[in-house]
Write a new protein. Structure first.
Length: 268
């Protein structure tokens, strides 16, 4: 009898341990299998097609343009990869507190950000757009004067909005929240990147977007903690991806007419 009780105790202890391990992995996506050589990437998975949460495989998975690039780099450099999903304005603090090894989130390497983190070479350039209701005639920066304009908190677009005379910026954590505010009339327009605007206007047909010129530095780069050695490992792979056409292949996959992001972009 004692032996049976001992076996049962060991059995339930093993189940409890397995449960705890599974629970601790919640909210992350893991890729690769290099024991002892793991990296944590932080992203804000509300920015299709750069990164978003997909249920196409039957489970919640973070996918997108940035995710494919990160997985490719991790494979080439021999790392396994864990992906954490947090709000955009928490990404750089995650680097500074060593809770993440690098950040990919369609992030532009501004001079202000460079004071706190290091950046890789730019791997993709996009354009800013004004998203508004069709017929609103909000097509230029000047047309936004006197309007409430939505932007993602801590994004490059927040800085753009603040420099347009007469604009009242409304900063929220997630693009989907901004689109909802626009549709209900609580804001007049949203400034976002063109590739993201295409997805949201495709699934919210009452909206349209117009490109506005980039007056400052644009483009996406990988962010690292200050002094990180990873930039020296990642940059050669990024150069190889650009030279070989791999980046262009991923641009076609995620930004093209048949992008898997199109079906996943939320209609809010």
């Amino acid at each position: 009898m004692k032996r049976i009780r001992l076996l049962l105790t060991l059995f339930f202890t093993a189940i409890a341990a397995a449960f705890l391990i599974t629970a601790c992995n919640g909210g992350t996506t893991t890729s690769g299998a290099s024991p002892g050589k793991s990296l944590t990437m932080a992203t804000s998975a509300d920015y299709p097609p750069f990164e978003f949460v997909s249920s196409a495989s039957g489970t919640q998975e973070i996918v997108g343009f940035d995710i494919d690039i990160a997985k490719y780099i991790a494979e080439k450099t021999g790392y396994s990869l864990q992906i954490q999903n947090i709000d955009f304005n928490g990404l750089l603090p995650a680097l500074q507190s060593k809770r993440a090894d690098f950040v990919m989130a369609g992030m532009t390497p501004t001079e202000e950000r460079k004071k706190n983190v290091d950046f890789s070479d730019i791997y993709y350039e996009a354009k800013n757009t004004i998203v508004a209701k069709k017929g609103a005639n909000l097509t230029t920066g000047a047309s936004l004067s006197g309007k409430k304009v939505g932007v993602q908190l801590s994004s490059i677009q927040e800085g753009v909005a603040k420099k347009i005379p007469g604009v009242t910026p409304v900063a929220l954590n997630r693009i989907s929240e901004l689109v909802q505010e626009l549709k209900t009339g609580r804001i007049d327009a949203v400034i976002m990147e063109d590739t993201v605007a295409k997805g949201f206007t495709a699934t919210n047909t009452e909206l349209e977007f117009n490109v506005i010129p980039n007056e400052e530095q644009a483009g996406s780069a990988i962010a690292f903690p200050k002094g990180s050695a990873l930039s020296a490992e990642f940059n050669p792979v990024l150069k190889e991806m650009i030279a070989s056409g791999k980046i262009e292949e991923l641009v076609t996959k995620w930004f093209g007419d048949n992008s898997p992001a199109a079906a996943q972009t939320p209609a809010t």
